[in-house]
Ligand binder design. Structure first.
Ligand code: GRF
Length: 181
């Protein structure tokens, strides 16, 4: 699993996989040494790696080892092309909006929800997609929708989307793990 932030999606996955023999989180790899996700991994006794340089393909490939599925959750760095090629169809990302809208470089965190509200959209949601060479652009695997309420702030919308993320990501991972195994 690749992370840069607090790791609530990692936590949702760890919790869901506790009851499942179908998959396990083998390693948590962070682009930042201070990512809260690293503490969650350590508490769950999952090995961790902090990348020295996330643009270094060799370093990332070494950290990924023989992973069967690579999950990006809150990972903010672009994956080097050779790593994308090596894991094509086995590397997924979760994004807090309904792609192809509200994605791309710089579209992360509160900015996504601010943009959704500013657009007047009545719905937002979550997208899980395969990773390609571009931010938030690979083939879509699954989406979950949530309403945008008239009185939503970026914070209230983010909270609703986050709940949907924590349900959708474990579902997709278990589904894909069942197919890869
Ligand atoms: C999530 O909203 C995810 O969709 C996005 O970054 C956020 C990560 O949150 N890519 P967390 O680190 O899993 O709490």
């Amino acid at each position: 699993m690749l992370v840069s932030g607090g790791g609530t999606n990692l936590q949702a996955l760890l919790d869901a996989l506790q009851q499942s023999p179908r998959a396990r989180v083998a390693r948590v790899i962070s682009s930042r040494p201070d990512a809260g996700a690293l503490d969650r991994a350590r508490r769950a006794a999952v090995p961790t790696t902090v990348l020295r340089d996330p643009a270094d393909a060799a370093e990332l490939l070494a950290a990924l080892g023989d992973a069967e599925l690579v999950v990006l959750a809150g990972y903010l760095k672009l994956i080097p092309g050779s790593v994308v090629s090596r894991f094509r169809g086995r590397m997924i990302n979760i994004h807090p909006a309904l792609l192809p809208d509200f994605g791309g470089p710089g579209m992360y965190g509160q900015r996504v929800h601010e943009a959704v509200i500013a657009s007047g959209a009545k719905e937002s949601g979550v997208t899980v997609h395969f990773v390609d060479e571009h931010f938030d652009r690979g083939p879509i695997i699954a989406q979950a929708r949530v309403p945008v309420n008239k009185d939503d702030s970026a914070e209230t919308l983010a909270a609703r989307v986050m709940e949907a993320e924590h349900r959708l990501l474990p579902q997709v991972v278990l589904d894909l793990a069942g197919r890869i195994a």
